[in-house]
Design a protein around this ligand. Structure first.
Ligand SMILES: NC(=O)C[C@H]([NH3+])C(=O)NS(=O)(=O)OC[C@H]1O[C@@H](n2cnc3c(N)ncnc32)[C@H](O)[C@@H]1O
Ligand SMILES: [Mg+2]
Length: 430
């Protein structure tokens, strides 16, 4: 590893010191007898200036260096209020690792083109900022889960059945059998709680969703928790404490990256528990009062949720959905058999659902009945039903869509920007 420092480590108080930096040419301009190169590395950018009186050779080389060339630059730190960060490098040495004559991404590149060359766009500081925020969110989640006594487990991705409906399964040939890509680790987490009680996993989940909305991917990162002995109200408290910790630590640790995307941080700061809770019935009343044509029993899609989020300046829960619009594994509400003990967490500012969760049906016969009602074959779920035969317990869990919470935090116009290489019905490459 070359003996260099990062752009962000160069401070005005280092005036007069000699430094070596390595990175890529982010911007370049020639003014009179100077060449200004803005160097980019993983920490940010810094201005370097080349003049003949400092080094004719370096000046001539700098003049010929193209955007996104990989370079190593040496020089003396100088305070300059006009430069980014109030500091620049008076450069007297440049080693060009690879010169780039023409870099295909230009200022007027369309979103679709940027996705076509995603492998080249990842290097832009704004895209790198998204990935830093995503990484920090997950780091914060790990911190909270560790201190709250949750065990990380590593469930399979090759599975034999649906969790969230057969229509969105990706099927693949598995030797002489049929397998599917996991839609959710939930059922396997439910098996894990009989030994570990509180478990979590972070896995890719796959949905052959044909819907082309700004919040659906065909492959997304899924943070899922499952806990024995918890009911719906218990798990909702876990959700709000976890999300609160994730958002607030990320706000502390990645403020500058977040501010690249939004100036108003109000909704991110409004994440002290408890989050507001409204019933599905109340949600329907609100939507109807706002002129949305929706009847009790209908599901709320992205459009309806967008309208509902206008009523809130923070994340909030909707609980008590009708049974027929929710998954087979959800426990019927003992006080109203039309409903299930399910709750979604919705993000404000139009983002809608970021978490889906519920209390699970822990009665064997009722679960068989729900499987049959959904037109599925109990034989395909024999192992899952065993969990209701050998020491069944009340238990609950949820899944958080990582790209969805990133999209809200950074006010992104589509979840595809929140993942390294987005997968949608029309995008499988690069
Ligand atoms: N362990 C559990 O209880 C999770 C449960 N089996 C489950 O998968 N619920 S979910 O379908 O609402 O998906 C959970 C979350 O996963 C996200 N999600 C769900 N589907 C997608 C797609 N297609 N793209 C991006 N994000 C998605 C979204 O935030 C949902 O709220
Ligand atoms: Mg859901």
């Amino acid at each position: 590893m070359i003996d260099k420092i990062y752009c962000a480590q160069v401070k005005p108080e280092m005036e007069g010191q000699r430094v070596k930096l390595a990175g890529w040419v982010y911007r370049k301009r020639e003014i009179k007898d100077k060449v200004f190169i803005v160097l980019r590395d993983s920490s940010g950018i810094i201005q370097t200036v080349f003049k003949e009186e400092l080094s004719k050779e370096a000046y001539e080389t700098a003049k010929k260096t193209g955007i996104e060339s990989s370079v190593i630059i040496e020089g003396i730190v100088k305070q300059d209020k006009r430069a980014p960060g109030g500091v620049e490098i008076q450069a007297d040495k440049i080693e060009v690792i690879q010169n780039v004559e023409f870099f295909p991404i230009t200022k007027d590149a369309s979103p679709e083109f940027l996705l076509d060359v995603r492998h080249l766009h990842l290097r832009s500081p704004k895209v790198a900022a998204i990935m830093k925020v995503k990484a920090t969110l997950i780091q914060a989640a790990r911190e909270w889960l560790l201190q709250d006594g949750w065990y990380e487990v590593f469930p399979p991705i090759l599975v034999t059945g649906a969790v969230e409906g057969g229509a969105t399964l990706f099927k693949l040939k598995y030797f002489d059998k049929t397998a599917y890509l996991s839609q959710s680790a939930q059922l396997y987490l439910e098996a894990a709680i009989f030994g570990l009680e509180k478990v979590w996993s972070l896995t890719p989940s796959f949905r052959a969703e044909k819907s082309r909305t700004r919040r659906h991917l065909t492959e997304f990162w899924h943070l899922e928790l499952e806990a024995a002995w918890m009911d719906l109200w218990d798990i909702m408290k876990v959700e709000e404490e976890l999300v609160s910790y994730m958002v607030q630590r990320t706000l502390e640790r990645r403020r500058s990256e977040i501010e690249m995307y939004r100036k108003d941080l109000t909704t991110l700061k409004n994440t002290e528990p408890p989050f507001p809770r409204i019933s599905y019935d109340e949600a329907i009343d609100i939507l109807q009062s706002k002129g949305v044509s929706i009847e009790w029993g209908e599901d709320m899609g992205a459009d309806e949720e967008r309208v509902l989020t206008e009523e809130f300046d923070r994340p909030f829960f909707v609980y008590g959905y009708p049974k027929h619009i929710k998954a087979f594994y959800m426990k019927e509400d003992p006080s109203d058999p039309r409903k299930v003990l399910a709750a979604d967490m919705l993000a404000p500012e139009g983002y809608g659902e970021i978490i889906g969760g519920s209390q699970r049906e822990d009665d064997y016969d009722k679960l068989v009945q729900r499987i049959l009602e959904e037109g599925m074959d109990p034989k395909d779920y024999e192992w899952y039903l065993d969990l209701r035969k050998y020491g069944s317990v009340p238990h609950s869990g949820f899944g958080l869509g990582v790209e969805r919470i990133v999209a809200w935090i950074l006010n992104l116009d589509h979840v595809r920007w929140a993942t390294l290489f987005p997968r949608t019905p029309t995008r499988l490459y690069p």
